[in-house]
Ligand binder design. Structure first.
Ligand code: SF4
Length: 369
């Protein structure tokens, strides 16, 4: 069975195996309906749990929520942009939008001090979300360390609905920090269904495959909260739905990491510097030009192609041209990397033009919450 650790996982090699091992369902049934979203059309969002509940709520105009979290450590890079795009997609579909700054988790698991985490969450993450198109209407944003009482009470109630051995089976090695982080995430995901937030409703959590342990734990606890009734503090809730996306590779071909600038392009980095990094990214090219002309390149193993696929090229015909010209040996890496670098530079310049205003909006918004 594949090992999935939300704090340690490096790269997933076999998404189909992950789907089989953990009972995640494919996204095919919803592909056509949402194919206007690049991540759906290209199979980057590959799995789901109970996504039919969300579609049903959309179709019948019933309330539903989207909840996601950000880890305020390191910089906001293209991997994070994918999550931001998904948040904005759900907000556009009418979801009550819940975004958590996981400052307790970053303190416990990555030793980030709270004031630093707050600064990063507001200046880097929330500001970038706004610059990418997030609206403040219908938006709930909170810090795990500074929220309302019912949220903390829910975390305490959750701790009574799971055993130590069950946590071990889900997460492997445990520590007090991991247990607190996991139970806090349960409260993050379920609290939009508390009476104070409008009561039970379907809630979708868009996640990378590595976060599935949190989804499984929360679904188990949700069913137990429903079963165990009698106290006025008990709650009814709908087990959360989830969508699962694949990970982008880092520029080096390994995992993309916030703490290693060689592996990522940050949305705040100097556009020319980012373009330079693209020129030295790992490609699927052959050892020599002659060999590439003869055998063609391997776009499926190429970071440059991934940048197009996830972020830079929306037009299917253009993407297909690059793919086929690469495979046939007509397109060579040197030229293609330059083209890609230009697109990155253009994207970052435009995005950063929106960022200053977005930063002041983020500050004002936080003052209000
Ligand atoms: S030609 Fe482009 S897509 Fe093909 S391997 Fe080289 S960089 Fe990648």
């Amino acid at each position: 069975m594949a090992k999935v650790d939300p704090w340690e996982m490096t790269q997933v090699k076999d998404y189909a195996k992950l789907v089989r091992d953990f009972g995640i369902r494919g996204f095919e049934d919803f592909q056509r309906r949402f194919e206007y979203l690049r991540y759906v059309r290209r199979g980057i969002i590959f799995g789901q749990r109970d996504f039919n509940l969300i579609v049903d709520a959309i179709d019948h105009g019933r309330p539903y929520a989207m909840m996601t979290g950000l880890m305020p450590s390191g910089c906001f890079h293209l991997g994070h942009k994918m999550v931001a795009d998904e948040i904005i997609w759900f907000q556009g579909l009418g979801a009550q939008t819940y975004i958590c700054a996981a400052d307790v988790e970053s303190y416990l698991m990555r030793d980030v001090q709270f004031d630093e985490a707050w600064e990063t969450a507001i200046q880097d993450y929330l500001a970038n979300y706004f610059a990418l198109g997030l609206k403040k209407d219908n938006l709930h944003f909170w810090f795990q360390s500074d929220y309302v009482n019912p949220y903390y009470r829910l975390r305490d109630m959750a701790s009574k609905r799971v055993t130590f051995n069950e946590l071990k089976a889900i997460y492997g090695d445990l520590s007090p920090s991991k247990i607190t982080s996991a139970l806090t995430q349960v409260a993050d995901i379920l609290h939009p269904q508390l009476p104070e937030f409008g009561g039970p409703k379907p809630t979708v959590v868009p996640v990378g495959a590595d976060q599935d342990p949190h989804i499984r734990l929360t679904r188990d606890i949700a069913s137990r909260l429903n079963a165990k009734r009698g106290s006025r503090r008990d709650m009814r809730c709908v087990a959360p739905s989830a969508t699962y996306h694949k990970f982008m590779s880092g520029l080096t071909g390994d995992k993309m990491s916030s703490s290693d600038p060689k592996t990522h392009i940050s949305l705040t980095e100097q556009p020319k510097k980012a373009a330079k990094k693209v020129l030295s990214a790992k490609t699927g090219g052959r050892e020599t030009v002659q060999l590439q002309r003869k055998k063609g390149g391997e776009p499926d193993k190429c970071v440059i192609y991934e940048l197009y696929l996830y972020h830079l090229i929306d037009d299917e015909a253009e993407l297909s041209r690059i793919y086929h010209e690469c495979r046939s040996g007509k397109l060579l890496c040197g030229q293609d990397k330059k083209d890609c670098a230009r697109l990155v530079e253009r994207f970052l310049s435009k995005h950063q033009g929106n960022l200053e205003k977005a930063r002041s909006r983020a500050r004002k918004f936080i003052k209000k919450v």
